[in-house]
Design a binder for this molecule. Structure first.
Ligand code: PRX
Length: 633
């Protein structure tokens, strides 16, 4: 064992206690007490959280669990999340900046709450005029620009359901998601900027939409001043549409249980799952976690570096920050362009106080060296956050020391697209252990169980499960309720939600999440389904069959190693491997990072013909294989 690993392991035993200043400003001062009280009566806890929101009509029942696992929160309540994210601030902070945008070229735009209200209403009216009605689906394929947030809010305003697709995905991925959602309208941009280059988005949308009969209209935001083809009667410029509209649009009165959005996420098998979230419960859960974990106060400037195309962006760039009335930063900028200090220059320039990012970004910046952050005044920072994958203690310590100057607590937040809100996390006053997301948020009951569903004692690895329903939980999988039940509630015997992660709980009740229990890949914190990647391989004309596994990567967490069987008559060569790599990247978009391709004559399979990726993974990573009694050959 190297000196460094050893010292990190020793340090891992250290607890980091909150400083006096942190405790003084904290909304919640006694973490353990709040957890205990909430555990005694979780429904009372969440009902109190719901009272902090504005409702058109109060709920009749906090939780309806008569049709498990289709839990329904705040039944009878009527609300609209945009009232809480926008309208309620008009009285007290109309001229406060709601969205602070910095584009990759360095252009800055500041949108106040009053302006945001007007913009959301205008685009909501425009959508109505395009024929979008309550319950209709609108897909977006947009860069991380304010119009992304405005479109989401405009949909919510009129009761339409948004389905945001990350603009790094390929046309095939976009097409599949539009088809599944049967979207009526797609909102995109002409292009975006990445590493000094213009990346066109509209042509990708054109190709995808050509195979989507449900799409009637396409709205295009002018972002890159690019020369794109517009089809009269079908394609509309965003700025031309909103110019004609009024800045007032009444929020549609929604049932608390009405769908707010669909967000697609990958699993091991089958097509991506359309995770459905609803207005009422989502609003309550995201608001409470945002307020307590990031401890937001009036003077904060909050920056979550995710893209709004992922759940982190939905909950903690758009809805959460706006509901608590803070200034939320949106940016196209990557951490290292034009130089490795881009993000730190933004922290300095915009006086960011709360910074929330992913371990992969931290590791990439560690590699570039601390001279880059050290060029900048980061003294405004008071709180740091991490999300998307386990943070390794080395990265935690670097983040704590170099970015937080040993004064900012790190909120290591565990959650999922499906959970909608953060479920396991410290609060600012919690004693921290590097690498642990600490304990379940108040009102959440988590456990570690074995394959038979039995609770495990401290320090035994097992499956992470959630034993109490929570307000922002997914409602179902779009058009596939049975898959919802099977995937999350039937994998293990017992009455609980199975998260799909392996973890352990230590003697202090701290949770240590180790990673996925299934074959889902985690590349740069993004969830990529093996099935989607494998089908991209197989769509190459030379490939007969493919199996992919994730192998550890120092910066990205995981990258793809592929095992490929060629079609008869094809000959393996480095050129062919290169060509297949290129093909897959084109099919899947830049999220798919392939480390290497190995040609094989055979793949390990079960007797029923399922590829045993576990065997390949063991081979690729040098780890033990485990039980192979089901292996055919
Ligand atoms: O494996 C866990 C990991 O990310 C998965 C959820 O991925 P996704 O739905 O894409 O959402 C990511 C952003 C919320 C989880 O099943 N994960 C997320 N956060 C953490 C984590 N693993 C360890 N520690 C975390 N803080």
């Amino acid at each position: 064992m190297s000196e460094e690993t050893l010292s990190t392991l020793l340090k891992e035993e250290r607890k980091f206690l909150p400083r006096k200043e942190v405790i003084e400003r904290a909304t919640v001062k006694d973490w353990e007490k709040v957890i205990k009280e909430a555990a005694e009566n979780p429904l009372k806890f969440w009902e109190e959280a719901a009272r902090e929101m504005e409702w058109f009509q109060k709920w009749e029942k906090v939780l309806d669990d008569s049709n498990k696992p289709f839990f329904r929160w705040f039944v009878g309540g009527k609300c609209n999340i945009t009232v809480n994210a926008v309208d309620r601030h008009l009285k007290t902070r109309a001229n406060k900046v709601a969205i602070l945008f910095e584009g990759e070229p360095g252009d800055v735009r500041k949108i106040t709450y009053a302006e945001l209200h007007k913009e959301v209403c205008k685009f909501a009216n425009a959508l109505k005029n395009l024929g979008v009605k309550k319950g209709d689906r609108v897909t977006t394929y947009l860069p991380n620009i304010p119009e992304q947030a405005i479109t989401m809010l405009a949909c919510a305003r009129i009761g339409a359901i948004h389905s945001v697709v990350y603009a790094g995905f390929s046309k095939e991925a976009l097409r599949d998601r539009i088809v599944d959602a049967e979207a009526k309208v797609v909102v995109t941009a002409d292009g975006t900027f990445r590493r000094g280059k213009t990346i066109l988005l509209k042509p990708t949308v054109d190709e995808a939409v050509a195979a989507c009969p449900s799409v009637e209209k396409v709205v295009v935001v002018k972002r890159a001043n690019a020369d794109v083809k517009m089809q009269p009667g079908k394609d509309f410029w965003y700025h031309e549409l909103v110019a004609k509209e009024s800045g007032e649009c009444k929020a549609e009165v929604m049932e608390a249980t009405d769908p707010l959005f669909i967000l697609y996420t990958s699993g091991t098998t089958g097509k991506p799952k359309g995770v459905v979230h609803v207005h009422g419960g989502y609003m309550v859960g995201v608001h409470r976690t945002m307020k307590w974990i990031f401890d937001i106060k009036e003077e904060d400037i909050y920056w979550c570096t995710a893209d709004a195309g992922w759940i982190t962006g939905h909950s903690y760039i758009v809805y959460g920050p706006l509901m608590v009335g803070t200034t939320t930063i949106m940016s196209e900028a990557v951490p290292d362009y034009p130089q490795p200090d881009r993000w730190w220059s933004m922290v300095e320039k915009h006086k960011v106080t709360v910074f929330y990012t992913a371990p992969t970004a931290i590791r990439a910046m560690m590699k570039n060296g601390e001279e880059w952050p050290n060029k900048h005044d980061l003294s405004t920072l008071r709180l740091l956050g991490s999300v998307g994958e386990p943070i390794n203690p080395e990265a935690w310590h670097w983040y704590y020391r170099v970015i937080g100057k040993e004064k900012c607590p790190i909120m290591d937040t565990w959650w999922q697209t499906e959970t909608g809100m953060i479920l396991i996390t410290p609060l600012p006053v919690s004693p921290l252990k590097p690498g642990s997301a600490t304990k379940p948020f108040p009102g959440i009951i988590a456990d570690i169980v074995d394959g038979s569903g039995k609770s495990l004692p401290a320090n035994q690895g097992g499956f992470l499960v959630i034993k109490s329903p929570w307000p922002a939980m997914m409602a179902t999988i779009y058009k596939d309720p049975d898959r919802y039940v099977q995937t999350y509630w039937k994998k293990l015997p017992g009455d609980f939600y199975v998260a799909g992660d392996v973890a352990r709980r230590d003697e202090d009740g701290y949770f240590w999440v180790q990673g996925r229990a299934d074959d889902v890949l985690k590349i740069s914190g993004h969830r990529i389904g093996t099935m989607e990647v494998e089908s991209a391989f197989v769509s190459h004309p030379a490939v007969a069959e493919a199996a992919v596994v994730g192998v550890p990567d120092e910066v990205k967490g995981e990258v793809i190693k592929a095992y490929v069987i060629l079609k008869a008559g094809q000959k393996s060569s480095p050129d062919l491997a290169e060509d297949i790599k290129k093909h897959v990247r084109k099919e899947l978009g830049p999220v798919a990072v392939i480390k290497d391709i190995e040609f094989r004559d055979k793949l390990p399979k079960t007797r029923s013909g399922k590829i045993m990726r576990r065997v390949l993974k063991a081979e690729a990573t040098g780890k033990p294989i485990g039980d192979i009694t089901t292996l055919e050959d």
